[in-house]
Design a protein around this ligand. Structure first.
Ligand code: SF4
Ligand code: SF4
Ligand code: FES
Length: 368
């Protein structure tokens, strides 16, 4: 097949930057990484990019295609080439570019080091023969354990773009990997540290990290688990934690979000006084309902019962997020079984992944 690629070339030493177009011949099963190999071998030996395993394990080949982070060795080019599309390939975002598609990963590793990415055991010796982690305990950190340190999530993180000191999705997911590990003895210390400024509460919940992670780690979900664990353990000094806490208190007591009290409950009384003029302006326009008496929903007992159930089952930490993920998974599965939406068959949807043998089967082409 013929494959067109536009590649952003860059040299940090000279500052030279140019978008170069290449037209190559590649096998139909070629990935983006295979195509880059062909460019380098046959067209331009000066092209720089990273690779090692070629099978989605080492995390070396993260880059951007049409503005979104991908693993080059996971990205099949057949559908793209068939559509006549010429994708733009560039280096990952939020990391300094060294040359062409190669970024300096040192800031990434700095953040990783900052979360102590290793087990700090709470025992001196293994109990009996080994410390067994049960399946429900493993479920909490299963996804986080799949990370290959590729940096695709960091590349897409909006918070890191505005605050380079933000710990970021990969490091926080790694932190959850150990906060959720029952063998680790530094849980509270970790949660305290991750809750500091530039920590877990600075995530804007844009979910781009979940969308782009090639291994299904879902870093945003890991950050949600950290937040839930922090609040469960009473670590709620950060404004983000107080904000989330008020949502729960408000829903439990009235069945509604009492918005008028949200600012003082989140920012504290002193900081809220500065907002009085703004609040008065809103009140004049009828945008601030009086806080007293609070409006209580007719079925408030339902939200109170839900709160009590979560507490009684011990699901007010990461376990609750895991339960939610599973419930969503089941809903999606049933929805699809009932002939619901096909995510690969909508306008602007990504091409459906396939193996060459599947195409041969569906088109009746004999495998060679
Ligand atoms: S959800 Fe949070 S961590 Fe993930 S990309 Fe968005 S801001 Fe970054
Ligand atoms: S969380 Fe996903 S995208 Fe981020 S570094 Fe790990 S594997 Fe890569
Ligand atoms: S080359 Fe190892 S993940 Fe792509």
């Amino acid at each position: 097949m013929q494959v067109g690629l536009k590649i952003w070339r860059y040299d940090a030493k000279t500052g030279d930057r140019a978008l170069k177009e290449y037209e190559i011949t590649a096998p139909e099963e070629a990935t983006l990484l295979d195509c880059l190999d062909i460019v380098k071998d046959r067209h331009d030996g000066s092209l720089a990019y990273r690779k090692s395993c070629r099978m989605m394990i080492c995390g070396s080949c993260g880059m951007r295609m049409d503005g979104g982070a991908v693993l080059a060795c996971k990205t099949r080019m057949y559908e793209i080439a068939q559509a006549g599309h010429v994708p733009v390939i560039s280096a990952m975002g939020n990391l300094p570019i060294v040359k062409d598609l190669v970024v300096d990963m040192e800031p990434f590793w700095q953040k990783m080091r900052a979360v102590d990415p290793y087990l700090r055991p709470r025992y001196d010796q293994a109990q009996e023969r080994e410390n067994v982690v049960s399946q429900p305990q493993m479920d909490v950190i299963h996804k986080e354990s799949l990370c290959i340190n590729c940096g695709c999530c960091v590349s897409e993180c909006n918070s890191m773009e505005s605050d380079p000191d933000f710990l970021g999705p990969a490091a926080l997911a790694k932190g959850m990997r150990f906060v959720g590990d029952p063998r680790d003895g530094a849980t509270i210390e970790r949660l305290e540290r991750y809750s500091e400024p530039h920590g877990l509460w600075d995530c804007t919940r844009c979910y781009f990290c979940n969308e782009r992670c090639p291994k299904g780690v879902d870093p945003r979900d890991a950050i949600a688990k950290l937040g839930a664990e922090a609040m469960k353990n009473g670590i709620d000094r950060d404004m983000g934690a107080r904000h989330a806490k008020w949502f729960v208190t408000s829903a439990k007591t009235t069945g509604w979000l009492r918005e008028t009290e949200l600012v003082p409950k989140t920012q504290g009384i002193i900081a809220s006084i500065k907002e009085v003029k703004f609040a008065m302006g809103l009140a004049v326009k009828g945008k601030v309902p009086p806080p007293f008496p609070p409006h209580v929903a007719a079925d408030v007992h339902e939200s109170r019962a839900l709160f009590d159930l979560v507490k009684a089952q011990g699901r007010d930490g990461a376990a609750g997020i895991v339960q939610g993920e599973r419930a969503l998974g089941r809903i999606e599965a049933h929805h699809e079984a009932a002939g619901g939406r096909d995510p690969y068959n909508e306008p602007d949807s990504a091409p459906r992944p396939f193996l060459p043998s599947e195409r041969e089967e569906s088109e009746g082409v004999a495998a060679t």
